[in-house]
Design a binder for this molecule. Structure first.
Ligand code: HMG
Length: 395
C-alpha cells in the first residue's frame, strides 16, 4: 500500500501577543492559575486587518515556496471561526496564494476536529489519485466573552499541511479510533462572534471521548500503547493534554509520564508531553490547528523521532474525536530545518490588556462596509468590507 501522510507543514499566527501574567494581574487573579493551572503563558491576538484567511494563507505560502504547486488539485480549509456562511474561506486563500482554478476548494467544520477531518479526507483523495497533493489549511481565531472563564484560553493560529503519497514528515497509518457523541459542551451560534461554553462539562466530554476513541482504536486492531512512542493531544490549553495523558494512563494501565512543565517530576515513560506543548503554550487555543501546532512543536524539539510512532488525539466539541497514529519519516529533521515557528512567535508585537480589550471589542464578522487600519506587515491583509464582501490584499 502507498504510504500517505503529511509531506510538509508550516504555522502562522496573529500579529499581536498578550502576556497571561498581565491579564491575570488586571483581573486580580493569581498568575499561577493561568501559567501552571492552565499551562499557558501567552496568547496571540489578531489585529483588525487579519483573520483566518490571511493567517491560513500566510501558513501555506512557505509550503508552496518550498514544494511548488504541482499536483495540488484540492484545498481543504478547516475552521470553526468561519467568516462567511456560504463561501469557503479557502477560495479567498486560493487567490491570495496564486493557485490555479483547477483546485477544488471547500471549507470543513466540526469544531476543533475539522483539521483532522480535512487531513483524513485529503488522505482519501490521495489514495484514489496518488499523483495528486492536497493542501490542508486549519486556521482559527479562538474568542470567548471578556471576563469569562474561557478568556485566558483564547488564541489564534493556522497550520498548513501538504498531504501527499510518500510523505517526507509523517506517514498516517490506516487504523483509527473514533467517538462521536451529541453533547452541548461548546458551540458558537450563528449570531455570536464568541463561543458559548460549559467549561467543566467540556473537560469531561473531552476525556470521555478520549477513552472511547482509544477503545475503538484497540477494538479495530490498532497499535498497543507500548508501541506508541510519542503522544500528542488537542490542546485548548496545555494542562488539558496532561489531563488527557492521565486518563490514557488509567485506561491503558501504561505508565506514561504526565510531566508537562520543564522540571516536573517524570513519573513514567516520556511520550513528549512537554516537547509537544511548547508552541501551544505561547499560541493559546488555535482550535483546528492546535493538534498540528503540537505536531510542529514535537518535530522541532525532538531529534530522536525517525521511524518512531506518534499517537494523535483530535477532539472537537459537540463532539467528534479521533485517535490515530503516524510514523515519522527518516528525513524529517531536514524538512523541519526550514521551519521558522520560533521566529514567527517571537515576532509578535505585544499588546497591553487595554489594547487587547479594544481589539476584542472591534467589529468581527460584520457585513457593514469598513476600511481596516493597516497594521500587519505579513504577505496578506484583510483590507475591509465593501459591498458586503470581504476584501483581501496581497502585499
Ligand atoms: P476555571 O473554572 O476558571 O478554572 O476555568 P479552574 O478553577 O478549574 O482552575 C483551572 C486549574 O487551575 C485547576 O487545575 C486549578 O486547580 C488550577 P485542575 O483542577 O484543572 O488541574 N489553579 C492553580 N494552579 C496553580 N496555581 C494557582 C491556581 N489556581 C487555580 N494559583 C476552564 C477552567 C477550563 C473551565 C476554562 O478555562 C474554560 O471554560 N475554558 C474553555 C473551554 C475549554 O478549553 N475546554 C477544554 C476541553 S473542550 C476542547 O478542548 C474543545 C475546544 O478546543 C473547542 C472546540 O473543540 O472547538 C475548547
Amino acid at each position: 500500500m502507498t504510504a500517505i501522510g503529511i509531506h510538509d507543514l508550516e504555522l502562522a499566527t496573529g500579529h499581536h501577543v498578550l502576556e497571561l501574567t498581565d491579564l491575570a494581574e488586571s483581573q486580580g487573579v493569581v498568575p499561577g492559575k493561568y501559567i501552571l493551572g492552565l499551562g499557558q503563558s501567552q496568547f496571540s491576538v489578531l489585529s483588525e486587518d487579519e483573520d483566518i484567511v490571511t493567517m491560513g494563507a500566510a501558513a501555506a505560502l512557505p509550503l508552496l515556496e518550498r514544494n511548488g504547486i504541482e499536483g495540488i488539485r484540492t484545498l481543504l480549509f478547516a475552521t470553526e471561526s468561519g467568516v462567511d456562511q456560504s463561501k469557503a474561506a479557502g477560495v479567498a486563500a486560493l487567490r491570495l496564494l496564486g493557485l490555479p482554478s483547477g483546485v477544488r476548494t471547500v471549507e470543513m467544520k466540526q469544531a476543533c476536529y475539522g483539521g483532522t477531518a480535512a487531513l483524513q479526507a485529503a488522505i482519501g483523495i490521495v489514495a484514489r489519485a496518488p499523483e495528486e497533493k492536497v493542501l490542508v489549511i486549519a486556521s482559527d481565531n479562538a474568542r470567548y466573552l471578556l471576563d469569562s472563564p474561557g478568556e485566558p484560553t483564547q488564541g489564534a493560529g493556522a497550520v498548513a499541511m501538504l498531504v501527499s503519497a510518500d510523505p517526507a514528515l509523517l506517514e498516517i497509518e490506516p487504523i483509527n479510533g473514533i467517538s462521536t457523541t451529541d453533547v452541548d459542551d461548546f458551540w458558537r451560534p450563528n449570531d455570536s462572534t464568541t463561543a458559548v461554553v460549559d467549561g467543566h462539562l467540556s473537560v469531561g466530554a473531552y476525556l470521555d471521548a478520549l477513552s472511547d476513541a482509544w477503545k475503538d482504536l484497540e477494538g479495530r486492531g490498532g497499535p498497543a500503547i507500548g508501541d506508541i512512542d510519542r503522544i500528542l493531544y488537542h490542546q485548548p490549553y496545555t494542562k488539558m493534554a496532561k489531563k488527557a495523558q492521565q486518563r490514557l494512563r488509567e485506561v491503558t494501565g501504561e505508565e506514561i509520564s504526565t510531566a508537562l512543565n520543564p522540571g516536573d517530576e517524570v513519573d513514567g515513560r516520556d511520550t513528549g508531553l512537554e516537547t509537544g506543548s511548547r508552541y501551544n503554550r505561547r499560541l493559546g487555543n488555535s482550535y483546528t490547528a492546535s493538534l498540528y501546532a503540537g505536531l510542529a512543536s514535537l518535530l522541532d524539539h525532538d531529534d530522536e523521532l525517525a521511524g518512531k510512532r506518534i499517537g494523535l488525539f483530535s477532539y472537537g466539541s459537540g463532539c467528534v474525536s479521533e485517535f490515530f497514529t503516524g510514523i515519522v519519516q527518516e528525513g524529517y529533521r531536514e524538512v523541519r530545518a526550514a521551519s521558522h515557528v520560533e521566529d514567527v512567535l517571537d515576532a509578535r508585537v505585544p499588546v497591553t490588556v487595554a489594547e487587547y480589550r479594544d481589539l476584542h471589542n472591534a467589529p468581527h464578522g460584520t457585513s457593514t462596509d469598513q476600511v481596516t487600519p493597516a497594521v500587519t506587515t505579513g504577505p496578506f491583509r484583510f483590507a475591509g468590507v465593501a459591498d458586503q464582501a470581504r476584501r483581501y490584499e496581497v502585499r
